[in-house]
Design a protein around this ligand. Structure first.
Ligand SMILES: *[C@@H]1O[C@H](CO)[C@@H](O)[C@H](O)[C@H]1NC(C)=O
Ligand SMILES: *[C@@H]1O[C@H](CO)[C@@H](O)[C@H](O)[C@H]1NC(C)=O
Length: 192
């Protein structure tokens, strides 16, 4: 019995950690390689941020991802917009190429509130796949920052701070959630 359990366990373990991928950071990333847990693919993401149409940040991330993460997505906070292109693959070390640069899309007819300083009453035209509005407030270095804008549906999974419908994001939520992606920009003082 114990032997069977042991063999079964070894087989399961082997299957559970069998896909090797390139990685750029995170736990389990050693010498730029990582063994992905079962159900995850190798992923390559490119996060490009724009402020007033100038590119201010362009970073590549590689590692493991669940299938639902393998989609292009974006956040638009008015002053700053971050576009994420994402692709996944399922063979050993298949994610060596950087993802193509995501392209800025045309307005899609939807609109959400965005903040300029402490005032969050300006209407922002959403673009591309940004079909939801977002609202959050965070405290960075003792400073209270409100962030509102348009986001794509994929950014809203498990987020209470998203809503659907024009200008639906007038209420403030205190969940940090998506702001993790914006962290490098917060530290640049771009959203304050
Ligand atoms: C944004 O760019 C436009 C056109 O280049 C310029 O006229 C405007 O002053 C810029 N706004 C800011 C806040 O930099
Ligand atoms: C994701 O974005 C990249 C870069 O713009 C593009 O080449 C790719 O076709 C997009 N993928 C999907 C599924 O839309």
């Amino acid at each position: 019995m114990h032997l069977i359990t042991l063999i079964l366990g070894t087989v399961l373990l082997h299957q559970a950690y069998s896909l090797e991928c390139h990685c750029t950071q995170g736990s389990g990333c050693k010498n730029s390689k990582i063994e992905c847990p079962s159900g995850q693919s190798c992923s390559s993401e490119r996060h490009v941020s724009y402020s007033n149409d100038s590119k201010i940040n362009d970073v590549n991330f590689k590692g493991c991802a669940l299938p639902e993460r393998c989609v292009n997505r974006s956040l638009n906070f008015g002053l700053v917009q971050t576009l994420i292109s994402s692709s996944c693959c399922t063979t050993k070390l298949c994610n060596s190429a950087n993802d193509p640069e995501p392209v800025q899309s045309q307005p899609n007819g939807k609109s959400c509130f965005s903040c300029i300083g402490q005032s969050c009453t300006s209407s922002l035209a959403c673009t591309g796949n940004q079909e939801f509005c977002y609202s959050a407030s965070v405290t960075v270095d003792g400073q209270h920052i409100s962030v509102r804008g348009c986001v794509s549906k994929e950014m809203c999974q498990g987020q209470s701070s998203c809503c659907e419908g024009d200008l639906c994001n007038s209420a403030s939520s205190t969940s940090a959630g998506l702001l993790l992606i914006m962290a490098p920009l917060l530290s640049l003082g771009l959203l304050s």
